[in-house]
Design a protein around this ligand. Structure first.
Ligand code: GDP
Ligand code: MG
Length: 440
């Protein structure tokens, strides 16, 4: 995938004290191919590469001590920029109700996303929305929306399949005004492709409802096609934003990059599952990291550059390679990490760790460092070096010695083991772990 390719490319620069213009050109060729493979639109890729190359051959990189990191950083920053830099909030009407019209091709996720958006609004601002069923072509579509309405306990306005959708919307809006609903979400019909009949109907609904938002729902799995769909809908309806669905699949998010660049319209939300809670506000920086497949690598690099003692990084790298990371190193590490931030936050930034289920339980508060130290110091030297010795009775003895509950001892040992595993992974990984991160 894209991330593996990029990491491989970047690793070529590892250890180079100076990068030449030829190095940068070569890298950019790889980045270009990688983006195209991830379904990023051709023109978008071209412009993107041009921008990154200009920045990269500037003194910014060539004279830097950490050229590979600098290039990754530039690629990341530019990706973020292409996707709009910051999250964009919903347009709210000055006077309720705020009217949101969902549009998109059949199967893109309009109905599901309407439900998700209701759930989001309920959770975020205790909203009292009304859903309008304006997809009259399939009886199942109305039932689907009714089911979602029941789940969320919000009213769904429908008039079956025999009434013109524009009329349904008109009546639905009247009801919403009477009932003082603060949001109205209009679920419209889709087709397999953009056609004039569909667009006429959507335009008529738009003219009547005067929505504050026309959210185009796009299936991220459709790759390049997603961009064309977005262009088409935007030309015809002048959409106000995009919901990119099905990002829980193995898509890398290339569509996100192209859609924003081609339509100029912000992606406002992403769908990441079939459940009604699976909707997130779109953050360009996070998507850039996702596309690069690097967790929050940039932040980690920056933190590391600031806080990390190079000497210690070197020692740690060696330990990782020798596989001799023990509890003494663990305490050293924690002391370093305490300067950088909470443990689980740091670990999440490391490539391949972001989705590690083990991390869900890793709650290391740097304030607990003193307790952890007490636990480690209650171990014998041998125990510190050979954690496998730590059977239940030894753990009990250590807990008593440190004056900490046994669960804490167990948790620490678990975290230590996670860290050990991570170290092993990193020392085998493409980027050659810490060494790469620390710019050695
Ligand atoms: P519509 O025709 O545009 O209204 O699309 P639907 O809302 O009926 O969704 C079509 C299918 O996609 C359904 O099976 C949904 O459960 C599924 N779906 C929608 N959004 C997502 C998502 O973000 N992730 C996943 N995995 N499935 C989704
Ligand atoms: Mg639908």
């Amino acid at each position: 995938g894209l991330s593996e390719r990029l990491q491989k490319t970047f690793s070529k620069l590892r250890g180079k004290g100076k990068v030449t213009e030829a190095d940068v050109r070569e890298m950019m060729r790889e980045v270009r191919l990688a983006l195209l493979e991830a379904d990023v639109n051709f023109d978008v890729t071209k412009t993107f590469i041009k921008t990154v190359r200009e920045r990269a051959v500037g003194s910014e990189v060539l004279e830097s001590l950490t050229p590979a990191q600098q290039v990754i950083k530039i690629v990341n920053e530019e990706l973020t920029k292409v996707m709009g830099t910051t999250a964009v909030a919903l347009n709210n009407a000055p006077k309720i109700p705020t009217i949101i019209m969902m549009v998109g091709l059949q199967g893109a996720g309009k109905t599901t996303s309407a439900g998700k958006l209701v759930h989001y609004l309920q959770t975020e601002q205790k909203a009292r929305p009304l859903l309008i069923a304006a997809d009259v072509y399939r009886p199942a579509a109305i039932e689907q929306l009714q089911t979602i309405g029941q789940q969320l306990q919000v009213p769904v306005y429908d008039e079956g399949t025999q009434v013109d959708p524009v009329t349904i919307v008109e009546h639905g809006l009247t009801q919403a005004r009477e009932q003082k609903n603060d949001y109205v979400l209009i679920d419209t019909a889709g087709r397999l492709e953009i056609d004039t009949q569909l667009m006429d109907e959507l335009r008529r609904i738009k003219d009547l409802a005067q929505p504050n938002e026309i959210l185009l729902v796009v299936d991220s799995m459709t790759g390049q096609a997603a961009t064309h769909v977005a262009e088409g809908f935007n030309e015809q309806l002048d959409i106000t934003g995009v919901i990119l669905t099905k990002l829980d699949g193995d898509t890398r998010g290339g569509a996100a990059l192209s859609i924003r660049a081609v339509t100029g319209k912000p992606i406002k939300f992403i769908g990441s599952g079939e459940k009604l809670a699976a909707l997130e506000v779109f953050h360009p920086d996070r998507m850039a990291n996702r596309i690069l497949g690097m967790g929050d690598m940039m932040t980690l690099i920056e933190k590391a550059e600031k806080d990390y003692d190079a000497q210690q990084a070197e020692t740690l790298t060696r330990k990782m390679q020798e596989n001799s990371f023990d509890f003494n190193d663990f305490v050293d590490q924690l002391q370093q990490v305490q300067k950088m931030g909470p443990m689980d936050e740091i670990m999440k930034m490391i490539p391949g760790m972001a989705n590690n289920p083990a991390l869900k339980n890793a709650q290391m508060d740097p304030q607990d460092l003193e307790h952890l130290k007490a636990i480690v110091y209650s171990m014998t030297l041998q125990e510190r070096q050979e954690p496998d010795l730590l059977n239940p009775s030894r753990r009990r003895r250590i807990a008593a010695g440190a004056g900490r509950p046994i669960v804490e001892v167990n948790r620490m040992i678990k975290q230590f083991k996670q860290m050990q595993t991570m170290m092993q992974k990193m020392s085998k990984g493409n980027l050659n772990g810490m060494e790469q991160m620390m710019g050695n």
